[in-house]
Ligand binder design. Structure first.
Ligand code: F6R
Length: 242
């Protein structure tokens, strides 16, 4: 596991965006794994900026997002479909048919299997972006998730619902379940970049790097992967044992 400590949020975002922009240039038909949430907002602005400056071409790029809420529609203003459309997809030349997000409507078990099969059919994810929850979840794999878990339905924990409630009018409106790529699906990516900023993530980052590899700390399973880079700001890095 490589650890890059960035000065601040801007520096973290630039370092991560530089890697993605470089990889897109190197492999025009790259398969990207993408995350939502507060952390990658500036990262997406920087990807859009590079596209506008003609440094990248997304016409052959394929994307797979990590997760989507169950119980709200795709077009809901806080769905991850809407987030991705607003922050990235409507601003670059990606082909609609190359955009993939987990389908949170209908038979979720079947949708999860179809999603994992589609990722495999596209040759697997070349580079996966991850954020991390305060409870060390990756995607929506909450504590207790198994190392080989596939894409499936999950129940969000109280701490995740509380963290996500900052975007909703009331905590009652926050979806309680989601469809998420599993840890097993994530670990199949060839390369993984995890970004984190702020003191709230410091404990999760410490536990990702040291301590037992365990279902209690879903992100600790990243230590079993051969190409993971954490790009974290100084606050998120502040509890790392020297
Ligand atoms: C989002 C996702 C989540 C977030 C995590 C951190 O697609 O899978 O794991 O990365 O909850 O969220 P923020 O960045 O809002 O702190």
């Amino acid at each position: 596991m490589r650890i890059i400590i960035a000065k601040d949020y801007e520096d973290m975002s630039q370092k991560a965006a530089n890697i993605f922009n470089r990889e897109i240039t190197k492999k025009p038909n790259i398969v990207l794994g993408l995350a939502t949430g507060g952390t990658p907002e500036r990262f997406y602005e920087l990807l859009v900026q590079a596209y506008k400056n003609r440094l990248t071409d997304w016409s052959k790029v394929t994307t797979f997002n990590l997760d989507e809420y169950i119980g709200i529609t795709k077009t809901h203003k806080l769905s991850y479909h809407t987030y991705m459309k607003e922050k990235l997809f409507s601003k670059i030349n990606i082909a609609k048919e190359n955009i993939n997000l987990p389908n949170a409507q209908g038979d979720i078990t079947k949708n999860g299997q179809t999603y994992d099969q589609l990722i495999a059919k596209k040759g697997g994810i070349d580079i996966q972006l991850l954020g991390i929850g305060e409870n060390a979840h990756i995607a929506f794999n909450e504590p207790g998730s198994e190392q080989d878990a596939p894409t499936r339905e999950v129940t969000l924990t109280k701490s995740t619902i509380e963290a996500n409630s900052r975007y909703f009018d009331s905590i009652k409106d926050v979806p309680k379940t989601a469809i998420t790529m599993g840890i097993g699906s994530i670990l199949k990516a060839k390369k993984i970049i995890l970004i984190a900023e702020g003191i709230k993530k410091a404990e999760a980052i410490k536990n990702t790097i040291s301590g037992p590899i365990s279902e209690k700390i879903p992100s600790s399973f990243l230590r079993t992967h051969k190409d993971v880079t954490l790009i974290i700001d100084e606050k998120a890095a502040s509890l790392i044992e020297k």
